[in-house]
Design a protein around this ligand. Sequence first.
Ligand code: TXD
Length: 311
Amino acid sequence: MRPKLSIIGAGMVGAQAAYLAAIKELGDIVLVDVVEGVPQGKGLDLLEAAPLLGSDVNVMGSNDYAAIKDSDVVIVTAGVPRKPGMSRDDLLSINAKIVSDICRQVVKHAPKCVLIIVTNPLDAMVHVAKKVTGFPRERVFGMAGVLDSTRFRAFLADELKVSVEDVTAFVLGGHGDTMVPLARYSTVAGIPVTELIPKKRLDEIIARVRDGGAEIVNLLKTGSAFYAPGAAVIEMAEAILKDKRRVLSCCVLLEGEYGVKGLPIGVPAKLGAKGMEQVMEIALDAEEKALFQKTIDAVKALTKDADRLVQ
Ligand code: TXD
């Protein structure tokens, strides 16, 4: 039997994720959305593309959560984007409600799945999902670091005119202005980029990574990035469904690692068949520690707000 991957939210990121999952033949795919016809239409379109993609997967869309029954992996991309005049708190309260409702459905229909959250504000939504599902942290975490790292990799490869395949990059912390791109642990074929790019230029690249989401929103005007986010979450789903034990940056509840307890934060983690199988701890220098503390404070404030909204 093929593995089953369900994607809640058949919008830009959800549809892109479904497309990549079909290309990679990760398993049968279910799309769920509140809007009538949209998951069905996108699901059917993708099913019709499968012969051209050479992909033996079944794809279907539904408005009914019964369709996600016994999924191995569930990805949540459902939510509303921030509109002009909307505060962060407004977005937080609307998406916290949406993500809570979805999590209740996930517990009911796919209680054994690995749940990956994509909806923003990411760290707070992971906190909400952990609270509502009661899943162990191994089976509920979020995607942000893989996206932030791929942006860093793309900019580094472009700067050095080398293949993206030879560039690894490492981003810690919350998804937002306080993320911590770690240049020291980012390499070109094993050579730290700090040896290849002068500090001043590296700082400019890091600033661009931090603002990576906003740069695309400013260009698109009516939405946010979806190609890279879709690819990033599928990288995580693939690691789980194929038990690859990839080491990827995930937003996961820390239980004492990095001196943090009870807070979801982006750290390198091993992803395999059981989900998040191990948090990898690395030593930070004084400057990195200070940046990490800043990101912890920001995520703490956000999760506190989320707690107020979701009882
Ligand atoms: O790094 C990251 N984690 C992110 C996060 C990178 C990119 C995008 N990020 C966030 O993902 C973004 O801020 C949003 O919160 C989500 C989804 O972004 P997308 O660009 O896909 O948004 P869309 O196109 O508006 O799609 C959202 C879909 C849309 O089809 C709605 O009808 C649906 O979500 N929706 C729902 N589906 C099911 N159930 C409920 N309640 C619901 N509400 C909205």
